[in-house]
Design a protein around this ligand. Structure first.
Ligand SMILES: Nc1ncnc2c1ncn2[C@@H]1O[C@H](COP(=O)(O)OP(=O)(O)O)[C@@H](O)[C@H]1O
Ligand code: SF4
Ligand SMILES: [Mg+2]
Length: 351
């Protein structure tokens, strides 16, 4: 078991400034990712997954603000200068984006993409070394060396996706964020991507944050899973434990959709995700939660009661009053533990 995590995030908050006020896209998130570990991140659309992934890599758009603590192999990334951050990005931190075609230049051969990527970060690299490094990572991605001089349009969608992954990996980042890498792909290609993610870890010791809607992919590819709701991680733990015995009502609702590779959409939960300019008081899930108690509408549940989601700790961390009371972590007064009156639930739903 490796002691020091690759990435350690503590109380990360990310806002977008808008005319309606700040959008609290990430609202107090803490977790760690261990060496060669794959952490899945799942949650409804708009829950802040992409914002968190981009924030970890320093790729937020103008107008976004971020605070909290973020260390990469013990180095404080939020205190780093823009220049230091650029040096880290690519060589230590990588990102795999959603739409491969928009990121590949149709006028550039694959070899030129690799050459440009490598030279940006390693200006003195030799031509022979560029070829050696590129072919090595293409081989892991299952792309034959004979295709090195081809253009992007000469590849299938699945192969272009793998090219994007290869381009992110040729710099040998220790930590990669993959944001919905399979959304546009069919089931067969998804199975290939899962194999590739495993090969990656085995070949390069890469740690991954894998953002996906697909619970089947999480089950197949990930070691741990973090469930995000309204900018917060509501449950995090080993995939087998969380999926077999979810503690948070939101996780339970999500899992009501069948866990299989053909599951591309999440089970739809009654009610709508909250407006992140003005999220609900207390537990953000309370207007939609079938188990809500009186305290849930007033006080935010104490998160991560056990160990802050340390890598491979084996424990599950849950931010839910009912789960905490059940496990004995907190004791609620009878008034706090009274069921939340139904009309409040209905009102909140309409609001
Ligand atoms: N550039 C932006 N400006 C303002 N709000 C944004 C911006 N990007 C995302 N958001 C808002 O932040 C919230 C989280 O979005 P996002 O991180 O994309 O969620 P997810 O990836 O889970 O779908 C949403 O309410 C979204 O509308
Ligand atoms: S804290 Fe309350 S409202 Fe939130 S998930 Fe738990 S039971 Fe439901
Ligand atoms: Mg997203």
């Amino acid at each position: 078991m490796s002691a020091e995590p690759i990435v350690r995030a503590r109380d990360i908050r990310i806002w977008y400034g808008t005319t309606r006020g700040p959008v609290k896209a990430v609202d107090g998130v803490s977790f760690s990712v261990g060496k060669a570990e794959i952490l899945g991140l799942v949650g409804e659309s708009g829950s802040g997954k992409s914002t968190l992934g981009r924030g970890l890599l320093g790729l937020l758009p103008d107008g976004a603000a971020m605070d909290g603590e973020l260390t990469f192999e013990g180095v404080d990334l939020l205190a780093a200068t823009p220049k230091q951050r650029f040096a880290y990005r690519g060589t230590h931190l990588g990102m795999i984006f959603q739409e491969p075609l928009t990121r590949l230049n149709p006028l550039m051969r694959i070899s030129e993409h690799f050459s440009e990527t490598l030279k940006t970060h390693e200006p003195s690299i030799s031509k022979a070394e560029i070829e050696r490094r590129s072919l090595e990572v293409l081989r892991v991605m299952g792309i034959p060396p004979s295709r090195f001089s081809s253009y992007p349009h000469e590849f299938s969608g699945g192969m272009r996706q793998r090219l994007m992954i290869a381009l992110a990996l040729v710099l040998r980042p220790a930590f990669v964020v993959a944001d919905e890498p399979t959304t546009a792909l069919d089931v067969l290609v998804e199975a290939q991507i899962i194999k590739i993610l495993h090969d990656l870890r085995n070949s390069f010791d890469t740690s991954l944050l894998l953002i996906t809607h697909n619970l089947g992919i999480i089950a197949e590819a990930c070691d741990r899973v973090a469930v995000m709701y309204a900018g917060q991680i509501v449950e995090i733990g080993a995939v087998d434990k969380v999926f077999a015995d979810p503690q948070h009502p939101y996780t339970r609702e999500l899992l009501r959709s069948t866990i299989s590779l053909s599951t591309t959409a999440l089970h739809s939960i009654p009610g709508a995700p909250p407006d992140l300019v003005d999220p609900p008081t207390g537990c953000a899930f309370h207007p939609r939660c079938p188990d809500a108690l009186a305290i849930c509408a007033v006080t935010r549940p104490i998160a991560y009661a056990r160990d802050g989601g340390a890598p491979r700790s084996g424990s599950t961390d849950v931010a839910c009053w009912v789960a905490s009371a059940k496990s004995g972590t907190v004791t609620l007064t009878p008034a706090e533990a009274a069921p939340l009156p139904r009309e409040e639930l209905a009102d909140a739903d309409e609001a």
